[in-house]
Ligand binder design. Structure first.
Ligand SMILES: Nc1nc2c(ncn2[C@@H]2O[C@H](COP(=O)(O)OP(=O)(O)OP(=O)(O)O)[C@@H](O)[C@H]2O)c(=O)[nH]1
Ligand SMILES: [Mg+2]
Length: 342
């Protein structure tokens, strides 16, 4: 039987019966369930729970659809507006501090608006911001006040920054905002300036890093500070290896990939024959690798395109050309139009 007390880190109801189920705690006097306690104090994540149900949303609400700038390929892939068409939908493109200074933000916004229009996505506004920037938070507070609705919901995929925003808006100090995907288990709610703010569990995205690697490894592959793009000049048939995870072979004269990933990620040049050899001996060559891989190819039309590597980041390529990939089985890798110039 669970209690009526909630873990302040993830929102789960505390229970003392089953250590393998969400909300387990040895005492109801604890602020955190055992999983949050270990994560917060020791940076350790042993169990993974992922909540899936979409809550019922009232009409008199602002729904903040939070997306990381690293996950823009999925920005409009959850049509939540179909469940509650009368609410006000505001798209927050978060973690803008990760993009290099000088990125053309007007162009980015223009392209996102074009994408929304082509998909007929209804929205009140699109906001580019960083939950870590106090100025952006003040701006968001003033904006929410103007919208004048009693309920504000934070929705979006894992690790997009919902809890970070919730904490910044409400001054909640106990909720946990960390790179552990699927951390928030149940809605955390808190009153702020006449509104009720709800931090929701992440909308579950298949194929992200947490499905193929343990937390201790994948947390190092997700960028947390400004990205310095890495540019490669490649000849036909040359390849790049990203750790022991992804082998990419390029065909085409103008393809020149530009990577937007964490500074510490190891990328090295090789050739397409060698990729398979390296992967067959992955334990010998790499610190980060998986057991099972699959292959994929993208034909790149003329123009600038983005290939997104799950929640790790993305690369820009210039077509026409062909990109062949060997990557962990099930990893979400997509091709979309590039949304900004390098
Ligand atoms: N650089 C940067 N990092 C951010 C920003 N917002 C959130 N983060 C980081 O992103 C990671 C995930 O943040 P959370 O707020 O826990 O994400 P969430 O959407 O609540 O994730 P779930 O509860 O798992 O669905 C944490 O390491 C945050 O510090 C931001 O604006 N900039
Ligand atoms: Mg959260």
């Amino acid at each position: 039987m669970s209690s009526t007390i909630r873990c302040k880190g993830c929102g789960a109801l505390l229970q003392k019966e089953d250590p393998n189920k969400v909300g387990y705690a040895t005492s109801y006097d604890h602020v955190y369930c055992q999983a949050c306690y270990k994560l917060f104090h020791y940076g350790e994540s042993t169990l993974h729970f992922h909540p899936e149900d979409l809550p019922s949303l009232p009409a008199n609400a602002v729904i903040l659809m939070v997306s990381s700038v690293l996950h823009l390929d999925l920005l409009f892939s959850y049509p939540v507006y179909r469940y509650q068409p009368d609410a006000k939908f505001v798209y927050i493109i978060n973690q803008m501090d990760l993009l290099p200074k000088g990125t053309n933000l007007d162009r980015l916004l223009e392209n996102i608006k074009r994408k929304a229009k082509s998909l007929s996505v209804p929205y009140e506004d699109l906001i580019l911001m960083s939950a870590k920037n106090p100025y952006d938070i003040e701006h968001l507070k003033a904006y929410l006040k103007e919208l004048h609705e009693p309920h504000v919901y934070l929705l979006g995929v894992q690790n997009s920054g919902k809890t970070t925003l919730f904490k910044a808006l409400t001054k909640d100090e106990d909720a946990l905002a960390m790179k552990k995907a699927g951390l928030t288990q149940e809605a955390l709610k808190r009153a702020y300036d006449g509104m009720m703010i709800y931090d929701m569990p992440g909308l579950y995205q298949d194929g992200y890093l947490h499905q193929i690697l343990p937390y201790s490894l994948y947390k190092n592959l997700i960028p947390d500070s400004m990205i310095k793009p890495k540019i490669y000049q490649l000849k036909e048939g040359q390849s790049l290896m990203i750790e022991g995870l992804i082998g990419i072979s390029f065909y085409g004269y103008t393809i020149n990939p530009i990577f937007y990933v964490d500074q510490m990620i190891d990328i090295h040049k090789t050739n397409d024959e060698r990729v398979k050899v390296l992967m067959a001996e992955k334990e010998k060559h790499f610190k980060v690798y998986v057991d099972r891989y699959e292959e994929k190819a993208f034909k790149i039309p003329t123009g600038k395109y983005q290939i997104t590597f799950a929640d790790m980041g993305f690369m820009h390529v210039s077509g026409p050309g062909l990109v062949k990939l060997i990557h962990p089985k099930g990893l979400h890798i997509s091709l979309s139009e590039a949304l900004f110039n390098d």
